[in-house]
Ligand binder design. Structure first.
Ligand code: HXC
Length: 258
């Protein structure tokens, strides 16, 4: 697939996808979401990649779904066209970790996209919000569900109902983002985190992502049981043996991703 709305690069074992519709502040249209899904799934299949990063520009990660593209939709366009299910949720099938590196606006569908990533590193100029209410619609890709889980019902209601934007520091205090870094350090810090992850044993990385995600889908007892099964499974890997032996022999581990 030839990409026109994203830039795809690899940095060592990290796959980097940059949303690239600068004139529309990376508004997310069908073409862009098709391309993003394709690129993510291609990296997921690529044995040389251990972690992915999605980022935007300094001004906008993404200012939301493309309002110009959806302004004339009627109910049947949305329902029969399977908007947004048909191409926004490929990311949920990705088994390797995906980090969102967010500078500037992450609004509406842009905020929802960051929440479908595994964690968010924010530049100090980042702004998050679900302002759909101003357009007389609502978050349509999980915002009303993932935001309260991330930042509490009260804050999620506040953001979704008033359309106010939350800055990076508030987002960190609320637990939406894992760290806030100076804008000029955003990619350096994110790539360092991604490179660290990519240096770990990939099957175990995927098990950890799977187990943490399970916590959103299950009760505690079932979730802990799921974790325990994966924990036991890790003892079936070559890398567990290598990792523990390397520790005891006081040398770096040489993981084989098996
Ligand atoms: C289409 C958009 C856009 C969007 C910005 N642009 N956001 N185009 N869809 N979501 C375009 C503008 O029309 C403009 O194009 C150009 O990008 C620059 O934007 P400005 O508004 O001139 O920039 P600025 O004054 O700096 O304001 C930035 C902004 C504002 C505060 C982010 O653009 C804004 O409020 N955007 C909309 C945010 C929003 O409502 N998002 C939720 C969308 S609904 P021109 O051609 O005029 O230069 C949604 C639903 C999700 O996401 C549910 C399904 C996933």
């Amino acid at each position: 697939m030839e990409y026109q709305n994203i830039i795809v690069e690899t940095k060592d074992k990290v796959g980097v996808i940059t949303l690239n519709r600068p004139k529309a502040l990376n508004a997310l249209n069908d073409q862009l979401m098709d391309e993003l899904g394709h690129a993510l799934l291609a990296f997921d299949q690529n044995d040389d990649i251990g972690c992915m990063v999605i980022t935007g520009s300094e001004k906008a990660f993404a200012a939301g779904a493309d309002i110009a593209a959806m302004a004339d939709y009627n109910y049947m366009d949305a329902y029969k066209g399977n908007y947004v299910t048909k191409n926004w949720e490929h990311i949920l099938r990705v088994r390797k970790p995906v980090i969102a590196a967010v500078a500037g606006y992450a609004l509406g569908g842009g905020c929802e996209l960051t929440m479908m990533c595994d964690f968010i590193i924010a530049a100090d100029n980042a702004k998050f919000g679900q302002p759909e209410i101003k357009l007389a619609t609502l978050p349509g890709c999980g915002g009303t569900q993932r935001l309260p889980r991330a930042i509490s019902k009260s804050k999620a209601m506040d953001l979704c109902l008033t359309a106010r934007l939350m800055d990076a520091n508030e987002a960190e205090r609320a637990g939406l983002v894992s760290r806030v870094v100076p804008l000029e350090k955003l990619m350096e810090e994110t790539l360092a985190a991604a490179t660290t992850i990519a240096s770990m044993s990939l099957p175990v990385v995927m098990m950890i992502k799977d187990a943490v995600n399970r916590s959103f889908e299950s009760g505690l007892t079932e979730g802990v049981h799921y974790e325990r099964r994966l924990f036991h499974a890790s003892f079936g890997t070559y890398d567990q043996r290598e990792g523990m032996k390397a520790f005891l022999e006081k040398r770096p581990a040489n993981f084989q991703n098996k």
